[in-house]
Design a protein around this ligand. Structure first.
Ligand SMILES: CCCCC/C=C\C/C=C\C/C=C\CC/C=C/C(=O)SCCNC(=O)CCNC(=O)[C@H](O)C(C)(C)COP(=O)(O)OP(=O)(O)OC[C@H]1O[C@@H](n2cnc3c(N)ncnc32)[C@H](O)[C@@H]1OP(=O)(O)O
Ligand SMILES: Cc1cc2nc3c(=O)[nH]c(=O)nc-3n(C[C@H](O)[C@H](O)[C@H](O)COP(=O)(O)OP(=O)(O)OC[C@H]3O[C@@H](n4cnc5c(N)ncnc54)[C@H](O)[C@@H]3O)c2cc1C
Length: 621
């Protein structure tokens, strides 16, 4: 119960639904079949929500985990971006008008921001919304090829509504990016409304079950009341008013999803991949450890443990960090609603940084799990390719990872600059105001505190050096923008070091909070392994300023290896503890009953290429 909390009843309910438990095999479908199958599931999911009275967001999430295993459905952008943006950016009247319809799925929406020419640079978006006081309408237009909206999930075929981010023009003046509620398709015929050219953008690396789409506006009018007006208003006569609040509030939907992705995408994806690879490694036997003895489980090879146990530790760490990230989001968002916006920059920085850091680590980790499964890992039957292609999307959407690390670094530079001028930092960056010891206190005991302190030292030093380098670049005649660019590799590494420290600290705090001594000991081993692997993989960062010496590095290596043997007896139990049902894993290698070979054989026999097919037969005859 370390993980699931209240989720199990809803998962069990979902598993009772025939359509979710034993549908057709995703791997044997074409893209169109995959998409249709997902739509059928979406409709069934909606019926189930009504039947079981599922209104709470968390309850629905548990249900979705079974209904849409390892894939995003068109409900993702609807409930993850469309509804939250209506709620966060709409006036009370607008919320009353659209949210109930959206929650009952009477309208289906998405979040329409990215264009053919720009995704990262939001200020570079070109779609215009020009107010006409005579008709009291905004006229939406795509003035260039590059301004065509491109990528929004569900836009291609499914959604009949969307929140469109566009530049507001009144009387020739540009007021910047604003959100508009736009009806896209007829509620009767589902055809695109006149003035809109739209469709699907084509096959992708993953996300087969989502119709990411394009949308071109040809002077398309929408009522004045459709600009989301919580923070800014356009009056009938064209007068523009705004609350004296942070203009970055219109970026709120992105902060929300980034905060959720750490757990939902990185944490879940890596935990599933580890479950598959570790269970399979306990089933698979190969080669000889000792002559004339039975072939060992591959999990008994130290090299296999060295591949997988650090990833298991990472999966736990990302999972806990994701839970913490969600808590922080809801806490700060509540403060913001009450008018206290002081912590918005920190929320933006930590959600950007952790989204980037954890999705990159998870993506790399899932691929390592696949490699650790040998040949069968390469088969779609392992479930790992599907987990990978969908999870790795998280490195790009909601802000490309390098760009997100640079946003985090920007905050760190601001904070560090403030500390130099006597300001006291707080929250996730309070350590930047501490005196950090210059010598490492690590001994063979490897207490979690001493390990976290090592990461603290590394982060503080790298942030300090990035800041000093930035200053030096400017002092030598570069302007601030060029200095930033010339320092950007160093800045991303400083941001990663900050996120790494944060993750170790979260893991440490979870271990300290556990009351059961046995569980605590096992989690402590995982936390130690996470930290020791982090030190070894980035040893240059720890040695560079003489913080860690060679003797200590040798101790790190020894302890890492001894932890592998200590974790081995509990490894399978540690992945079972994630409590993924077979339906959620979608993997023959990771089956709970371990019956891998028989099911691989059955599965291969079902593959469509084995069915009689005229053309293939004629070509081969
Ligand atoms: C059911 C619920 C489920 C939830 C979801 C759960 C899981 C997800 C599962 C699947 C996902 C499903 C589908 C995926 C859907 C994907 C959707 C999208 O991708 S939507 C499009 C997302 N697009 C982006 O993320 C664009 C990235 N770019 C940006 O955010 C900005 O352009 C960028 C890079 C931040 C720069 O912005 P800019 O306006 O130019 O700002 P500056 O760099 O000049 O900085 C000015 C100051 O503003 C601060 N800042 C920037 N952003 C924010 C923010 N969001 N909040 C607060 N503050 C912000 C910045 O730090 C600067 O501050 P200082 O001046 O330094 O103080
Ligand atoms: C699966 C998926 C789902 C999506 N869903 C949606 C959706 O629902 N709605 C929506 O509006 N959008 C959506 N998107 C679009 C997504 O948000 C953008 O693709 C993403 O924000 C990255 O922007 P880009 O494509 O412009 O990348 P680019 O910015 O073109 O990135 C290309 C490269 O340039 C680098 N780069 C760019 N700017 C900088 C910089 N300032 N400093 C350093 N390096 C830089 C990047 O690091 C990267 O290496 C989706 C994308 C994907 C892949």
């Amino acid at each position: 119960m370390l993980f699931k909390g209240g989720g199990l009843p809803h998962e069990s309910l979902a598993l009772q639904e025939k359509l979710f438990g034993a549908g057709p095999d995703y791997n044997f479908m074409t893209r169109i079949e995959r998409f249709k199958n997902s739509l059928v599931r979406v409709q069934h999911f909606i019926r189930c929500c009504a039947r079981y009275n599922l209104h709470d967001h968390a309850d629905k999430k548990w249900f979705e985990g079974v209904a849409f295993p390892n894939e995003v459905s068109v409900l993702g952008p609807h409930s993850g971006m469309f509804i939250p943006t209506l709620k966060e950016q709409g006036s009370e009247e607008q919320i009353q008008k659209w949210v109930p319809q959206a929650e009952k799925h009477q309208i289906m929406g998405t979040y329409i921001q990215t264009e053919l020419g720009h995704g990262t640079f939001v200020r570079g978006l070109e779609t215009t919304a020009t107010y006409d006081p005579k008709t009291e309408e905004f006229i939406l237009n795509s003035p260039t090829l590059t301004s065509i909206k491109w990528w929004p999930g569900g836009l291609g075929r499914t959604c009949n509504f969307g929140i469109v981010m566009a530049l507001l023009y009144i009387d020739g003046k540009n007021y910047g990016m604003h959100p508009f509620v736009v009806q896209l398709r007829s509620l009767k015929t589902h055809e695109p409304l006149p003035g809109l050219t739209m469709g699907d953008i084509g096959p992708k690396f993953g996300f087969d079950t989502v119709d990411n789409g394009y949308l071109q506006f040809n002077h398309f009018g929408i009522p004045r009341e459709n600009m989301l007006m919580k923070y800014c208003q356009v009056l009938k006569n064209g007068t523009y008013t705004k609350q004296t609040r942070n203009p970055k509030f219109s970026y709120g939907a992105m902060i929300f999803v980034r905060s959720m992705v750490v757990y939902e995408v990185a944490g879940q994806g890596l935990a599933k991949a580890c479950t598959i690879a570790i269970r399979y490694s306990a089933i698979r036997r190969q080669s000889e450890l000792k002559k004339s003895r039975p072939e060992p489980q591959i999990l008994d090879y130290q090299t296999q443990q060295y591949k997988l146990f650090p990833l298991l530790a990472l999966a736990y760490a990302v999972w806990f960090t994701g839970v913490r990230m969600k808590e922080i989001y809801f806490m700060v968002n509540n403060e913001i609603k009450q008018g206290h916006t002081e912590r918005l920059p920190e929320l933006h920085a930590i959600s950007s940084g952790l989204k980037a850091f954890t999705t990159s680590m998870a993506s790399w980790g899932i691929e390592r799990c696949r490699l650790a499964c040998g040949g069968h890992g390469y088969s779609a039957a392992s479930g790992l390719p599907k987990i990978y292609v969908n999870a790795t999307g998280g490195c790009t959407y909601e802000g490309e990872n390098t760009v997100m690390l640079l946003q985090c670094a920007r905050f760190l530079m601001n904070i560090y600059g403030g500390v130099k001028n006597g300001r006291r930092p707080s929250g996730s960056v309070n350590y930047l105001g501490e005196r950090i010891s210059s010598r490492c206190t690590l001994t063979s005991e490897f207490t979690l505190k001493s390990l976290a302190d090592a990461f603290k030292h590394r982060a503080a030093r790298m942030i300090k050096e990035a800041s000093e380098r930035l200053n030096r670049l400017q002092a030598s005649g570069n302007d601030p923008e060029d200095s930033w660019n010339l320092n950007s590799v160093v800045l991303t590494k400083a941001a990663e070091a900050h996120c790494h420290y944060y993750m170790v600290l979260v893991f440490e705090s979870v271990v300290e909070s556990v009351e059961d001594n046995c569980v605590k000991d096992i989690l402590r081993q995982l936390c130690q392994l996470l930290a020791l692997c982090g030190i070894q993989e980035n040893s240059g960062d720890f040695i560079q300023d003489g913080f860690l010496n060679n003797d200590q590095l040798e101790l790190v290596k020894q302890k890492q290896l001894s932890l592998l043997s200590e974790i081995r007896p509990n490894a399978v139990l540690l992945v079972d503890a994630f409590e993924f049902h077979d339906v959620q894993l979608g993997s023959i290698l990771g089956r709970f009953d371990g019956n891998v070979y028989e099911n691989l054989f059955k599965w291969a026999k079902k593959t469509p290429l084995n069915k009689p097919e005229d053309l293939i037969h004629r070509l081969l005859r």
